[in-house]
Ligand binder design. Structure first.
Ligand SMILES: Nc1ncnc2c1ncn2[C@@H]1O[C@H](COP(=O)(O)OP(=O)(O)OP(=O)(O)O)[C@@H](O)[C@H]1O
Ligand SMILES: [Mg+2]
Length: 245
């Protein structure tokens, strides 16, 4: 590691990985304003595991979209990793995204590609070497428990296995931060818990994990920090929280 980088990471210690400063998000829908987030502030430190919870329409996905630079804040500041997302230029968004792992509910696997190819593809498009791809893909498949399923196509997988493929794909760039929106929503309880265990394992290995969910049972079971939203506002932020709604 170059000396300058080393010094930088030392002085970075204690600096949040995500920071929302008085953020509001107002969508324009058919010329009607929808206030999705109203003046919310929070910080997430390196290594945390945070669940963002709340009923439907309370702004969970909006927080995720702001965090991954898919939407811009109407007011306030959003900082993620070392990026100021209010000022990020469109052409630099792909570079920023490669530093994140993102998993959505509709995980959009490529149906004509195998599990291995789906995961490798993210590395191919960012110009990684074949040697690195061959080394990394089996490692991440192993991490999500799909070592033996690399040759299957998405339609030959269970819902939970498809989701794990999407997680593997999100991990190929070894992100410092993994953001997941409502991943366990459509899975049955057993699969949902399996996915959560993988996310906890990834977190234990050092990755910061942020999930938006309304799966109350799981959030209560893992006993990690919970940020609760109601009508676009944070009504609770508990270090070892419960989902009380
Ligand atoms: N692109 C958009 N245009 C207009 N309004 C939007 C848009 N996206 C979200 N909204 C509105 O913003 C509010 C917050 O939506 P958001 O998707 O963040 O909620 P959520 O907590 O993720 O809900 P769910 O649990 O149903 O996924 C809702 O009132 C929603 O209708
Ligand atoms: Mg949502």
């Amino acid at each position: 590691m170059p000396e300058s980088k080393k010094n930088q990471s030392r002085s970075d210690q204690g600096k949040p990985i995500v920071e929302f400063i008085n953020v509001s998000k107002i969508y324009d829908k058919y010329r009607q304003e929808v206030v999705a987030l109203e003046d919310i502030s929070f910080k997430i430190d390196k290594g945390e595991f945070v669940s963002i919870v709340g009923r439907s329409g309370t702004g969970k996905s909006t927080i995720v979209k702001l965090m991954i630079a898919e939407e811009k804040a109407t007011k306030g500041g959003v900082k993620v990793l070392d990026w100021d997302l209010n000022k990020i230029r469109d052409r630099r968004v792909p570079e920023f995204r490669r530093q994140l792992g993102v998993v959505f509910q509709d995980y959009k696997l490529l149906t004509r590609k195998t599990v291995y190819e789906n995961v490798a593809y993210a590395m191919v498009v960012s110009g990684q070497s074949i040697a690195k791809i061959k080394r990394t893909v089996p490692q991440v498949l192993d991490l999500v428990g799909l070592k033996d399923k690399g040759r299957r196509f998405p339609k030959e997988l269970s819902g939970g296995e498809q989701q794990r493929t999407a997680i593997a794909r999100a991990l190929v760039h070894r992100p410092e931060l993994l953001v997941a929106d409502e991943m366990t929503g459509e899975l049955d309880v057993l699969y949902a818990w399996e996915i959560m265990e993988i996310l906890l394992k990834i977190n234990q290995m050092g990755t910061t994990v942020i999930i938006a969910t309304h799966d109350r049972d799981i959030v209560n079971k893992i006993n990690k920090r919970v940020i609760t939203l109601e009508e676009g506002k944070i009504i609770r932020d508990q270090k070892k929280g419960d989902y009380l709604l």
